[in-house]
Design a protein around this ligand. Sequence first.
Ligand SMILES: Cc1cc2nc3c(=O)[nH]c(=O)nc-3n(C[C@H](O)[C@H](O)[C@H](O)COP(=O)(O)O)c2cc1C
Length: 232
Amino acid sequence: METTTAKKILFISFSLSGQTSNLVARMANGLEATGVEVTIERLRPLKPLRFPFGSIRATVFMMLLTFFRKRVPIAPLSDKCRQRYDLMILAGPTWSYHPSGPVLSLLDRDDTGLFAGATVIPLISCRGYWRMHWFGLRALLRKKGAVVVNRIIFTHPSREPWRTLGVFLKLAGHCPEKSKFLGRYYPRYGHEKRQLEEAVRFGVLLGETLTAGRDLAALDFQTSLAVSRGRG
Ligand SMILES: Cc1cc2nc3c(=O)[nH]c(=O)nc-3n(C[C@H](O)[C@H](O)[C@H](O)COP(=O)(O)O)c2cc1C
């Protein structure tokens, strides 16, 4: 009788405003539907971060700090991260063209061999500017011995310049989507429902490919729904 053991995936994830968490939850649903075992580890800043930042001044200050890749110290990872997984997904937002502070802290501290020899796919949630983040993150992961086989990027779907203005105001504590004028061009902060459905589809695709032992690098996650060119 043929026995198959379920493939195991570990998500290591950080999310400040819930966008990455939503994508991770949906992808996990898709993966579990294919019989893959999913474990989610959330990075916990030692000092909880405030969202929104509360003022324009605080937001500009945070953007400046994050541009210089300020680390955000995190609590130790749980024991579940010590097991071996068939795939790890390192998920988090872009902060000023870089990985977020908690993810940078994780990569600084990884002297325990978490990534050594691990197959990793980064999952990036961002407003729209992810390339520098991706190249930097891939280089850091490779330095830790990870095999980075693909990438999953989700950008916010609103058009520019409203997307940038909207995210900035949202981070500062305003509600641009509720403004009579801005709301016409910026209906929501973050990812839309169709993108979350796309994340479920990506989960299914990944689960089926992993289970069948096919090449994860051959999967195309760069769909027009995930990486929008700025639809209205
Ligand atoms: C401090 C800070 C800096 C940011 N810088 C960028 C950036 O350079 N490029 C970008 O596309 N999005 C940027 N964003 C937007 C986030 O990447 C985006 O809102 C993401 O969906 C948030 O994910 P989260 O809710 O999981 O934290 C920034 C957000 C913050 C808080």
